[in-house]
Design a protein around this ligand. Structure first.
Ligand code: PLP
Length: 378
């Protein structure tokens, strides 16, 4: 994956991603400004939300980010290869029997069960490793993390395990009025009381935009760094990071009554012109964005206008209705925007019945990835 791409890769590609690391850094800085007394970390799980961990980690580290969160151990090993000094946490915890891998790469598991704590403590006692681990306490997500009572029991039994960071995760931070937010925040304050002096971290991206100051010692923004809207009911305060473009393979005309694509779900009502682009659901351009006679879904931005998808998105191809553009505007070989400055990822997600997280993390491996230089200057 890290081998240099041949110079002609761009000219051979049917899809390309442009990754604006200057916007990534600007987003990280503006997340940091929302909790000025806390350290601002960065969540780089799932290949840095699709943009490439090798693009995200060096740019953020250069900007001053000192703490990264991954989901999986292999991602953390990769992040360590990109930054020798940062604190790197593995949110999915301790993979059974893998203590030596965490130690070898100086990685910190986020422990979320008594089993994990016992295994980690035994590993540290046997190996002498003192690299630290975080403790995840569940305050209401009921996914990972020790329940409050279990944390109390752990302390009562005199456990020697001392976390270097205490975390919990908000389930409804993107819905400020949700009553679970208040309950989780109160529970987190209670948990902190059990671990005096241990640095604490609660906020994901949306948590930074809740009315209370929830920065604590360290924040964990993810989606906001990559341009997703952390305030779904309000305009997006973040800058777009990713532009997705598809190459036109063919332009063709259809007559009224002709159908387009699998299932013949879209039938032309008038003489129409179509652009066929070489990106499909195998590239993560979700099939749920297909359109039919009955409903409109995803849009493309071509020739300065928004053009609807015609019919089903297929594996390697998508058909775009460019009838609204003057003839000759779009030609074979042209690039058409599927997401980016004119088509925010949140809007693409809405039209495909999903969230921008899934749009970004689905971006496939066939795209030619372009990272313009100068990401650290902004
Ligand atoms: C994914 C994740 C985050 C980041 O969430 P965003 O909504 O992308 O900001 C923070 N903390 C934990 C535990 C996570 O799993």
């Amino acid at each position: 994956m890290s081998s240099p791409e041949p110079a002609e890769a761009g000219s051979r590609a049917y899809g390309r991603l442009t990754i604006d690391t200057a916007a990534l850094v600007a987003n990280w800085r503006s997340c940091g400004a929302r909790a000025p007394r806390a350290e601002c970390g960065a969540v780089v799980k799932a290949n840095a939300y699709g943009i490439g961990i090798e693009n995200a980690v060096p740019a953020l580290a250069e900007a001053g980010c000192r703490t990264f969160f991954t989901a999986q151990l292999a991602e953390a090993v990769k992040a360590r290869g990109l930054d020798a000094r940062a604190s790197i946490y593995v949110l999915n915890g301790l993979l059974p029997g893998a203590g030596d891998v965490y130690a070898a790469h100086d990685l910190r598991p986020v422990l979320g069960s008594l089993d994990e704590i016992r295994e980690w403590s035994a590993f540290c006692a046997a190996s002498g490793w003192r690299g630290g681990a975080a403790l995840h306490v569940d305050t209401g997500m009921a996914r990972l993390g020790l329940r409050l009572e279990a944390a109390e029991a752990l302390l009562a039994e005199g456990s020697l395990f001392e976390p270097c960071l205490l975390i919990s995760h908000l389930a409804c931070a993107d819905t400020p009025a949700h009553p679970l937010n208040g309950r989780q925040i109160a529970a987190f304050h209670a948990v902190r009381g059990l671990f005096p002096g241990v640095p604490a971290s609660l906020c994901n991206s949306s948590g930074l935009f809740l009315p209370d100051d929830l920065g604590f010692d360290l924040t964990r923004p993810g989606i906001a760094l990559y341009g997703g809207n952390p305030t779904p009911d309000k305009p997006n305060p973040m800058a777009p990071v990713v532009t997705v473009e598809a190459r036109v393979i063919a332009v063709r005309a259809v007559q009224p009554g002709e159908s387009v694509g699998y299932g013949a779900t879209w039938v032309s009502r008038s003489p129409a012109r179509l652009a066929i682009v070489g990106v499909g659901y195998a590239d993560g351009y979700l099939r749920a964005g297909s359109s039919s006679d009955d409903y409109d879904s995803a849009l493309a931005y071509a020739g300065g206008r928004y053009c609807p998808i015609a019919g089903r998105i297929s594996m390697d191809l998508t058909t775009i209705d460019i009838s609204a553009l003057p003839e000759g505007t779009i030609a074979r070989g042209d690039w058409i925007e599927l997401a980016g400055p004119h088509l925010p990822i949140d809007e693409v997600a809405r039209r495909s019945g999903t969230v921008c997280y899934e749009i970004l993390t689905s971006l496939g491996s066939r795209y030619h990835r372009i990272v313009p230089p100068g990401g650290e200057s902004r």
